[in-house]
Design a protein around this ligand. Structure first.
Ligand code: FMN
Length: 142
């Protein structure tokens, strides 16, 4: 059974809703979903996971959330991410998704095997976006 680690940050719940859909997709796909918010000691879980999914809303000025998500992401080097299947997702509001393009490029630069270009939802994710999250979870679980 594939172990899929989902790490997300969410303030008003939009990215959290997406994270839960990814987790449901993992479970539906026969995998084990581990849902976490950024915290110390996740490095071992990241290493041992078969696949990863990370979620953050656009914050600051087209950045991932800076106080918790950014330090977590910055702690992951190419040694951990190289060839690891990874999906990104998150909610935004007034931008054009630049934060997700930058984040995707950054993770690709570390050698992660990106699944798609990142799933984005403007504010509250709709059915179509949640279906994409669930499909991502299924792919990561198989
Ligand atoms: C401090 C702050 C900064 C934000 N910066 C951006 C931004 O740069 N671009 C954007 O599209 N949305 C931005 N947003 C909007 C959030 O990404 C949006 O409200 C999102 O739905 C929050 O997701 P959450 O419910 O998972 O916390 C910002 C919101 C806050 C509170």
């Amino acid at each position: 059974m594939k172990k899929v680690l989902i790490v997300y940050w969410s303030s008003s719940g939009n990215t959290e809703t997406m994270a839960k859909s990814v987790a449901k997709g993992v479970t539906d796909g026969g995998g084990e979903a581990i849902l976490k918010t950024p915290e110390a000691g996740l490095a071992e879980l990241v290493k041992s996971a078969d696949a990863l999914a990370f979620g953050s809303p656009a914050m600051g000025d087209e950045l991932i959330e800076e106080d918790e998500m950014e330090p977590f992401i910055a702690s992951l080097g190419a040694d951990i991410l190289k060839d690891k299947p990874l999906g990104l997702f998150g909610s935004y509001d007034w931008g054009d998704g630049q934060w997700m393009r930058s984040w995707t490029d950054r993770m690709k630069g570390l050698g992660a095997k990106l699944d798609g270009e990142g799933i984005i939802a403007q504010l509250v994710p709709g059915e179509a976006e949640l279906a994409k999250c669930s499909e991502l979870g299924k792919r990561l679980a198989t």
